[in-house]
Structures are given as structure tokens and as C-alpha cells.
Design a protein around this ligand. Structure first.
Ligand code: PEP
Ligand code: MG
Length: 570
């Protein structure tokens, strides 16, 4: 038995066999072959096997995740059926008498380089598709297994160095009981997706892939951030007991599903959910969410080979709004960049992607992409209670520019006779310290704030949220963070606006009393945190915590803050 410690990224306990999700080594050597016909057959066989795998994955993705996620596999299948790509491989084997691996590699590389250098975006996207499918075919030629997370069909714990958001989107929670990674933190997107899939996860273990072998028995303790490898019988029994207790606790919380969120002394706050896809709404409703506080629309843009169309987006927004009825739905416009890459946009690699060309910065420069999203949102606005917010706003000018585009698109739609709601609130995420500092000036122009602490903390503490080496600096209770948060809440209230929080801090049981005391109006968190948070808030006195506000804000360290909070709430 061995225990690894990481960061508890998604609550719960899971026990199952390990499934290592590793990118395979694809080394090969150049060989002269004698029988070209046999070699061509070997290549065709590898292509056929890859195709039938892709068909299955596509079907699976379609059923479990919707047409949107399945589309990328259609593009991959097209590549493998393209004679313009396959014939030159056959020719190379026949004329140069080289092995299939070389023919595949050299031909694919030639096309990749050619497509990558084209001006046409559609063609550049094809380069990424060819690169992806070539790896799969190569793995089959070399007889090494190629991981297909979408095809997992027995109960497993996925073990990976890291999971990209699109990897995570392929996981089927019927079979994937939990996952653990070498890298990542509580606010990396794989962790966020784990919470929306409601599967236990531990990230940032540093060396789980090097320690675990396929088939090992694994316990994921997503409550304490532990990974237990090949537990003893006693250990396993102890965890099964904890698992059952956790399930019981969940059943208790479930009783609060339709209750309002009111503190013991009568302060009402809103508990809403963070979602990534329309499919997440079911979990929001099941967990008693009073609305959606953050819809991360970038997932609509991921796991595809091209930008989503206006109609595709409209359908997604309409579904979410209709399903939430009159409850508020805060949609965040495209926040791409940082750890959320879109391969098909082919943006240049940056030295500091988290400080780079991302989110509203990207949208203001690529206003065709932005306008498409805004039109889709405006058209959907009549189907529910829509609020729109812009991510990563650093200056008031950015907000004004984004708002101007929104109003322009609204006007254009109206002129065409398209119905658009008249009362869409327009707000911003506060996740850059400059914005938190001059929240008073912003509050005069925005309808609301939503504090994005995942980024606000990384920028305030100068600590990359993806780097587990500096994850100790992710300190939500650091007085610097609390003072910024307080500044934003006071600024909003001074102008009669509301302030919410959609970073992970909003669902953190230690932060909740502080935020309640500071007067936060709306708490947006992963759906599974809503009921525990409601249960906690119902036992707290807002006024009592507020009495300690100045003392909390003047502490010197996070530890001192926590000590005081514990004293106030004990
Ligand atoms: C945040 O930064 O706190 C946030 C909610 O946005 P994201 O995690 O998507 O960057
Ligand atoms: Mg953010």
C-alpha cells in the first residue's frame, strides 16, 4: 500500500482499478522493405482499425455529450478517408521501398506543413486533424495502445499526467469513478470539470503516473486530497465506510434542495452554480441551485475543429435559459487563453499565456468572433433571465468597448425585427487586481460584479494557478485578497449594484462565513457545493461576523484570519 498526497479537487470517495491515460511513445526506425504490397496492406489495416475506433468514439461522444463534442471525430474520420492523403503514402512505399511508419510520417508531415502555412483558417484546422489522426494510426502500426477515454467501459480511476478540458469532456462518469493527475491545482480546468461531472478527483500529486500501474486498485479521497494505491483490506474497508458516511451526509443535505438560503439571523443570499455546458443544468437543478452564476462558454469552442456557429451557440444558450425558467443565468463571454487553448485558432505560443492575449483582449481584437457570440446571446435573451459578463476586464475602456459592441449588435438585430430582451444586466468579472482596486469607478458603469478569485488570487499573489510548486500561494483567506473582495462589495453597494463571486473561493467552507460577513450577495460554485453551503449558511449569523469585519481585514496572515473565523463561528 502506498499513499500519495495531492490537492482535493472534487469531493467524494471513489474505489476502482487504475486506468493509465498516457500519450504513447511513438518511436520508429526507417527500414527498407521487400514486399511493398504487404506493407501497404499493413498501413491500410492500421488505418481501418483507427477508423473503426473513431466511429465508436464518435458514436459514444454523440450519445453522452451531444453532437457538438462528436464533430471533431467526424473531421478525423474524413482525414482517414481522403485519397489525397492516403495515395501518396502508398506511392511512397511502392517507389521508395520504405516501411509504412516512414511513409505515414513523411507524408503526414508534408501535408501538416503545407496546411499550417496557408492563409485560409479552414485549411490550417486540417493540419491539427492530420496530426491527431496520424498519431492514432502510428500507434496501431507500432502495436502500442492508444488511449481512448471515451471508450472506457468498466469502472476505473483515470490516472494521467494532466487532463485537457476536452479529455475531461470525453470521460463517461458511469465508468470513470474518479481521476487523479500529476499536475494541476484546485482551479485548473480539469479540476473544475471534475466538479461539474461530480466525480471525485485529486490533482497535483506530482508522480501518480510514475507510481501506479494499470489495474492497481486505487482509492481517490477527494475530501482530503489523498490517493491510496493497492490498499490493505482494512484500509479499503475504512474507506468504504467513509464513502457510505459521505453518501449519508449528502442525503441530509438533499433535504435543503428547495429551501431558501437564509442565514440564522435572516440575511438572504443567492446560491447559484458554475456550469460549462447545457448538460450541467440537470445537476444544478438537482442540487437546488437558485440560478447560474457563471456559464463558462469557452467549452462550446473546445473539442472541435472550428468555431461554433451563431446558431449552435444560440441553441446552447436557449437551452440553458429555458431550463432555468425565471432564475438568473449569468453567461460569461468567451474566455479563451491561459490554460484554455483553441488549436484551430492557431494563436502564437506565448511566454506567459495567463498574462497574455486572452479573454476580452482576444474578443475585442477579433470582433467578428465576439459579435457572433453576442448575437447568439441577444437572440437567446428572450427565453429566460439572461445576464452577460465580460471576463478579464482590466480597464474601464475595455468594458466600454465590449458594451458598445453588444449594444450595436442589439440595435442591428432589432432593426432586422429580431426580438431581444430589454433588461439584460451587463457586468464584469473582477479577476484582475487593477479592477478590484478601482471597483468604485467601475461600479458607476456596470450592472454587477462577479469576483473571479481563481484568477484574482493568481494575479494578486503572482502565483501561476497551474503550477503546483507555488500552489501554497493560492491563499483565498490572505488579507490582501479579503481587502480586494471587500473593496468590490462596498463599491457595488455604494452604487446600488450587486456583487457576486464565481471563483472557487465562493464554495469554500472556510471562506463562506467571511464572505457572508463582508456582505457578498451571490455565491456561485460547483453544483455539488451548493447544498453543503446552504446547510452551513443557515447556521451562521451574518451580523455577528460583520462585527468583526475590520479585525478580519486588518490581520497580517491567512492563518490569523482562519483562526479568527474559527473563533467567531465556533
Ligand atoms: C476565476 O478566475 O475565478 C473564474 C471563475 O474564471 P476561470 O476559472 O474560468 O478562469
Ligand atoms: Mg478567470
Amino acid at each position: 500500500m502506498q499513499t500519495l498526497t495531492g490537492i482535493a479537487a472534487s469531493n467524494g470517495i471513489a474505489i476502482a482499478k487504475a486506468y493509465l491515460l498516457e500519450a504513447p511513445e511513438l518511436h520508429f526506425t526507417k527500414k527498407a522493405i521487400e514486399n511493398a504490397e504487404d506493407e501497404i496492406k499493413r498501413l491500410d489495416q492500421a488505418i481501418e482499425t483507427s477508423k473503426s475506433e473513431l466511429e465508436k468514439i464518435k458514436e459514444h461522444a454523440k450519445q453522452k455529450l451531444g453532437d457538438e463534442h462528436a464533430e471533431i471525430f467526424s473531421a478525423h474520420l474524413l482525414v482517414l478517408s481522403d485519397p489525397e492523403l492516403i495515395q501518396p503514402m502508398h506511392d511512397k512505399i511502392s517507389s521508395e521501398k520504405v516501411n509504412a511508419e516512414v511513409a505515414l510520417d513523411e507524408t503526414a508531415n508534408m501535408f501538416i506543413t503545407m496546411f499550417e502555412n496557408m492563409d485560409n483558417e479552414y485549411m490550417r484546422e486540417r493540419a491539427a486533424d492530420i496530426r491527431d489522426v496520424t498519431k492514432r494510426v502510428m500507434a496501431h502500426l507500432l502495436g502500442v495502445s492508444f488511449p481512448n477515454p471515451a471508450l472506457i467501459n468498466e469502472e476505473v480511476i483515470v490516472i494521467a499526467q494532466d487532463l485537457t478540458p476536452s479529455d475531461t469532456a470525453q470521460l463517461n462518469k458511469q465508468f470513470v469513478k474518479g481521476f487523479t493527475t500529476d499536475i494541476g491545482g484546485r482551479t485548473s480546468h480539469s479540476a473544475i470539470m471534475a466538479r461539474s461531472l461530480e466525480i471525485p478527483a485529486v490533482v497535483g500529486t506530482k508522480n501518480v503516473t510514475a507510481t501506479v500501474s494499470d489495474g492497481d486498485l486505487i482509492i481517490i479521497d477527494g475530501l482530503d486530497g489523498k490517493v491510496i494505491i493497492n490498499p490493505s483490506n482494512e484500509e479499503r474497508a475504512a474507506y468504504e465506510k467513509r464513502q457510505a458516511e459521505y453518501e449519508e451526509q449528502k442525503a441530509e443535505w438533499a433535504k435543503l434542495k428547495d429551501e431558501a438560503t437564509v442565514s440564522a439571523d435572516g440575511t438572504h443570499v443567492e446560491l447559484v452554480a458554475n456550469i460549462g455546458t447545457p448538460e450541467d443544468i440537470e445537476g444544478v437543478i438537482r442540487n437546488g441551485g437558485e440560478g447560474v452564476g457563471l456559464y463558462r462558454t469557452e467549452f462550446l469552442y473546445m473539442g472541435k475543429s472550428s468555431l461554433p456557429t451563431e446558431d449552435e451557440q444560440f441553441d446552447a444558450y436557449k437551452t440553458v435559459l429555458e431550463n432555468m425558467g425565471d432564475k438568473p443565468v449569468v453567461v460569461r463571454t468567451l474566455d479563451i487563453g491561459g490554460d484554455k487553448e483553441l488549436e484551430y485558432l492557431d494563436l502564437p505560443k506565448e511566454m506567459n499565456p495567463f498574462l497574455g492575449f486572452r479573454a476580452i483582449r482576444f474578443c475585442l481584437e477579433n470582433d467578428d468572433v465576439f459579435r457572433t457570440q453576442l448575437r447568439a446571446l441577444l437572440r437567446a435573451s428572450v427565453y429566460g433571465n439572461l445576464k452577460i459578463m465580460f471576463p478579464m476586464v482590466a480597464t474601464i475602456q475595455e468594458f466600454r468597448d465590449a458594451k458598445a459592441l453588444l449594444l450595436e449588435e442589439k440595435e442591428n438585430l432589432r432593426k432586422k425585427g429580431v426580438e431581444v430582451s430589454d433588461d439584460i444586466e451587463i457586468g464584469i468579472m473582477v479577476e484582475i487586481p487593477s479592477t478590484a482596486v478601482i471597483a468604485r469607478q467601475f461600479a458607476k458603469e456596470v450592472d454587477f460584479f462577479s469576483i473571479g478569485t481563481n484568477d484574482l488570487i493568481q494575479y494578486t499573489m503572482a502565483a501561476d494557478r497551474m503550477n503546483e510548486k507555488v500552489s501554497y500561494l493560492y491563499q483565498p483567506y490572505h488579507p490582501a485578497i479579503l481587502n480586494l473582495v471587500n473593496n468590490v462589495i462596498e463599491a457595488a453597494h455604494a452604487e446600488g449594484k450587486w456583487a457576486g463571486m464565481c471563483g472557487e473561493m465562493a464554495g469554500d467552507p472556510i471562506a463562506i462565513p467571511i464572505l457572508l460577513g463582508l456582505g457578498l450577495d451571490e455565491f456561485s460554485m460547483s453544483a455539488t457545493s451548493i447544498l453543503p453551503a446552504r446547510s452551513q449558511i443557515r447556521k451562521l449569523s451574518q451580523a455577528k461576523i460583520a462585527e468583526y469585519k475590520d479585525e478580519l481585514l486588518s490581520k497580517g496572515t491567512a492563518e490569523e484570519v482562519v483562526e479568527l473565523v474559527n473563533k467567531i463561528t465556533e
